[in-house]
Structure formats: C-alpha cells, structure tokens
Write a protein that binds this ligand. Structure first.
Ligand code: CU
Length: 318
C-alpha cells in the first residue's frame, strides 16, 4: 500500500527525500481517514435523520460529553504529532552541516548559472558529488525565480538583492531535472537545468580541472582578491587585521558585527552583500566606530563578482 503511494512521487534521490515522503504519506493517510469519518457520517445522518413523514418533529438533541471529549483530544494529539514531526523534518532540510560544500547559484531570465570554488562556471548543469552535503547559495540577476528540485524534495525562492540557501545530500550518481517554480516571464517553463551527481573521484577531477575563463584567476577566492584590488576596496580595507578607513576584512566572517546603533548583525553572505550595495552612506546601519564614507557599489559589481568577493572575504576568516 505504502509503496503504491510512494511510486506516485518522484524518485527518492536525496537524503531527506525519504523523510519527506513518509511525512507526506502520513498526512495523506490522516486526511483520508478524516474524510471518510466526516463525509461518511454526514451521508449516514442524511439518511437516518431524513424527514420520514411530513411534519415530523425532531427531538431536542443536546451534547454528548464522551463524543466531544474524543473529537477534541484525538485531533489535538494528531496535530501535535504532525507539528513535531514536520518540525524535525523541516529542521533537517534547513540546517546544513558546517562541512557542506558551497556552490553559488544565479538565476537569470531564463537559465541557471552555477559557480564553483575552483572558478568554474556552468550553465544549465549543476555538478555535485554523491554522498557529500552540498549547500546552494542562491540569488537572482533580475526577477524572482524559484529553485525546484523535485527528486531531492527541495525548493526555495531565488530573489534579487539577497541570498537564499538550500542544501542536500545526493544518494547516488545520476541526473535530475531542475525547474523554476516561480512564473518569471515568457520562457519561464523552459528555465530548466540538470543536476549531475558524480562519483567522488569524478568530483575531485572536476575540482582540480581548471575551468575558469582564461582572463580570470583559477579560483573564486583568487578572483575575489583580484576584484578587491581592481575595484579599489584595498584603499579602505586591509586583509591583515589593521584598521584602515574601513574595518579590516580579516576574521570578520561569521562574527557578530556591532553597528553604531548598538545592534549586532551576523557577517554572512547577505551581510557582506548589503555592506557593498548599501553601505553606511546610503542607510542608517553603519559599522560601529567608522564614518559613513564607503561609496555604494550597487550596479557596479556583477552577481558573479559579488560571489567572488564574498568567497574572498569568507576565506579570510581565521
Ligand atoms: Cu525563473
């Protein structure tokens, strides 16, 4: 019975997909049981209490303590179980292991682009290793897209101006289809891609292979370092911990940065992005102890370059 249902779902290709399916089938099962109880008794009452003779009077029905107790407690317990179970599976889907390998995803009308640590960029094809956690750090170049990988049971909006994340661990080698699940214009339905899950040795070869365009350094971090110089960040930011006009990039990744208004913000992808596009000169969030002198780089740095700068800054954590 359960397998017959399971066959109606897409293949189970990720670690979490099995958990997801069991929960989903449980929800379907509970719904079917309640459907039968509610609609069944409705039909039964319809016949049993129909007007048998014209003008028939109905007795005065008051409550039934036992029944009311049951229909309050049973659903309450069921709903609590669904909540706890859903929470556990959700946490698993959301919390990526620290060790996860990061791949940057950029959605564009109408394709998916992927950037790897080794400087490689692929379009329409995401290469991942089997049995290793992979985290996707996603943003959009234009409108809202949604990264949907049914075989892995993962989906998340891909929004311009910020990063969203999903993670997964692919069970075995193979290919799976990526969809865009947010209507994003004319060719939305053609905005598809493939995840190619490769063996560990193929993955290592892929990582070693130099795939970055000729004019570009061989890794994302090195490209970020080049941009750090080319875009002039070095004039105000050091990489050795020495305070300049702006804070040093050394060791800021992952720490709670204190703002001039006393609030704290975690230094992650979204924070670095916001610092570059909306520095203290353009809004009231300013790093404590520094003047609002950083110019905005919004529109001056492409999404791919932002990813490289972020990789560079992340690499400077102690
Ligand atoms: Cu799209």
């Amino acid at each position: 019975m359960e397998t017959a249902f399971a066959q109606m779902l897409p293949p189970v290709a990720s670690d979490v997909a099995g958990n997801w399916d069991t929960l989903f089938l449980f929800l379907v099962g509970v719904s079917v049981v309640f459907f039968v109880i509610v609609v069944g008794s409705m039909l039964w009452f319809l016949i049993k209490y129909r007007e048998k003779e014209p003008g028939q009077k109905v007795g005065n029905i008051v409550h039934n303590d036992k029944l009311e107790f049951l229909w309050i407690t049973i659903p309450t317990i069921l709903v609590m179980i669904i909540f706890a179970w859903g929470w556990i599976v959700y946490k698993r889907m959301v919390d990526a292991p620290e060790s996860a390998y990061d791949i940057k995803v950029i959605g564009k009308q109408w394709l998916w682009q992927f950037q790897y640590d080794n400087g490689k960029t692929t379009i329409g094809e995401l290469i991942v290793p089997e049995k290793i956690p992979v985290r996707l750090i996603m943003t959009s170049d234009d409108v809202i897209h949604s990264f949907f990988l049914p075989d892995f049971r993962i989906k998340n909006d891909v929004v311009p101006g910020m990063y969203t994340k999903v993670w997964f661990q692919a069970n075995e080698q193979g290919e799976h289809t990526i969809f865009c699940a947010e209507y994003c214009g004319n060719a939305h339905s053609k905005m598809m891609g493939t995840v190619k899950v490769v063996s560990l040795s193929e993955w290592e070869t892929f990582q070693k292979g130099k795939g970055a365009p000729k004019e570009r350094p061989a890794s994302l971090v090195e490209w970020g370092q080049q941009l750090y110089t080319d875009k002039g960040c070095f004039a105000c930011h050091s990489v050795d911990g020495v305070k300049g006009i702006g804070p040093s990039f050394k060791g800021i990744w992952g720490k709670q940065e204190e703002m001039s208004d006393g609030s704290h913000i975690l230094v992650d992808e979204n924070y670095v992005r916001e610092s570059i596009e909306y520095p203290g000169t353009t809004k009231d969030k300013l790093v404590k102890g520094f003047p609002p002198v950083m110019p905005t780089f919004k529109g001056l740095i492409a999404e791919e370059e932002l990813n490289a700068l972020i990789a560079f800054i992340k690499n400077l954590k102690e």
